[in-house]
Design a binder for this molecule. Structure first.
Ligand SMILES: Cc1ncc(COP(=O)(O)O)c(C=O)c1O
Length: 408
């Protein structure tokens, strides 16, 4: 790998003959060695193994592995205060949490959502017998465009399910106004938005319910897991019952519930990671800033900047590639990075509206989601986690820069 700060002029000095042929991209790319180990888009945050063993021992001694045990109850309390919300419940994963959210709000018919998301968002709707109606996104945030919502509302619409994509907050005030005007419920898929705040208000305080995924690929996790935050304690009571088969007490099963319970081992990991999450987010902020500094002036490459008044969590580092300006398409860059053992992700390509199972929905028509379609073809998520070395980020940026300059 090239040493930090090595300028191309230095590479060409000494015994190298400075000819235009040497400026060929192939030559420059060959000077950068591939990573010996794969660099994946993320790496799970892991607690100290010795601390894990202490917690496991406590669980063994308690002889309670699941069913709302002490670890789960403690994590609910601690997460509630970390996320600054009054009503929070934990689940085995975020997808089942979304389904339970739909059920307790008694949704029916159509739900307006975004196609620019992970498959779980529309899938959770369909598993709840609801019809996803895909709404286009804003070009700046790639979140649901509030100006496109109203025209999709029909007498059959019961709710809006926006997603805070990459942890960037949706236009929460505008969305709430529309929901209020049409008496619609709002469930935020906040899978990416752990710990995010808008003007001092926690992200989980918007809408009727928010869902946080606690999957191992997320900023904060419990291996697998999910959390719902509710705007009313009554909703928490309902959700707690539904995650446990609808059991109210030993002799009263009052709802056809499901099994959505988080277990004690998951909660133990969650408790330990809560001790180091602030440090992880701070480290991610530094990674994001290094990426920004080193990718800043590459034509045809753009990225998100911090939004004033928003506390970010730096969950992902997406870049957007304008093929003409950059000189290569997003897909070409994706393939080029693979040659260096760097595995980026095309989140979110294909759009959910393009999935085989959703092609029968109206929004799958050509041209009805122009902003989302364009973004899906241009976005690439670079490796991001709090333990990435500055040299790794430097090499990734260098490869992108050299690859781009050749194309222009
Ligand atoms: C936007 C979004 N929604 C929902 C989910 C589903 O969460 P889980 O994997 O915890 O079921 C995920 C991630 O996995 C996601 O990225």
């Amino acid at each position: 790998m090239l040493a930090e700060g090595t300028a191309f002029a230095e590479i060409y000095s000494g015994s190298y003959i400075f000819t235009s042929a040497l400026l060929e991209r192939g030559f420059l790319m060959e000077l950068i060695e591939s990573f010996p180990e794969p660099v994946f888009v993320t790496q799970p945050l892991l607690p100290d193994i010795n601390k894990v063993m202490v917690k496991v021992r406590q669980i063994w001694e308690s002889k309670q592995l699941t069913n709302n045990g002490p670890m789960v109850r403690k994590l609910e309390e601690e997460l509630g205060s970390y996320l600054k919300v009054m009503n929070l419940s934990l689940f085995s994963n975020g997808t089942i949490a979304l389904q339970i959210a739909c059920r307790i709000l008694k949704l029916s018919g159509e739900v307006i959502t975004t196609p620019f998301t992970f498959a779980a968002t529309p899938h959770a709707l369909v598993w709840s017998n609801l019809k996803p109606v895909f709404c286009d996104v804003e070009n700046e945030t790639l979140n649901m465009d509030p100006d496109c919502i109203e025209k999709l509302i029909t007498p059959g619409t019961s709710a809006i399910m926006p997603v805070h994509v990459y942890g960037n907050p949706c236009a929460v005030e505008k969305i709430q106004k529309i929901a209020d005007r049409y008496a619609l419920k709002v469930i935020y898929d906040a899978a990416h938005a752990f710990g995010v705040e808008v003007a001092g208000k926690p992200i989980g305080a918007f809408g009727d319910i928010s869902m946080f995924s606690l999957h191992a690929t997320k900023v904060y996790h419990s291996v697998e897991g999910g959390a719902l935050t509710f705007n009313h304690p009554f909703l928490k009571e309902e959700a707690d019952m539904l995650r446990n088969f609808g059991i109210k007490n030993e002799e009263n099963i009052i709802e056809p519930g499901t099994n959505g319970k988080m277990n004690e081992l998951q909660a133990a990991i969650g408790l330990l990671l809560l001790e180091i999450i602030d440090e992880e987010i701070e480290n991610r902020r530094k990674v994001a800033n290094q990426y920004r500094a080193q990718l800043m002036d590459i034509p045809g490459l753009t990225f998100f900047r911090d939004i004033e008044g928003v506390k970010h969590n730096y969950a992902y580092f997406p870049i957007r590639i304008d093929c003409k300006e950059f000189g290569h398409s997003r897909d070409e860059l994706f393939e080029e990075l693979k040659k260096f053992n760097i595995f980026t992700r095309k989140y979110f390509y294909p759009l959910c509206s393009r999935f085989m199972c959703y092609r029968n929905l109206p929004a799958a028509d050509e041209g009805s989601l122009p902003v989302a379609e364009k973004a899906a073809g241009e976005i690439l998520v670079l490796p991001m986690h709090g333990r990435m070395g500055a040299d790794v980020i430097d090499t990734i940026c260098r490869i992108i820069r050299v690859y781009s300059s050749h194309g222009r």
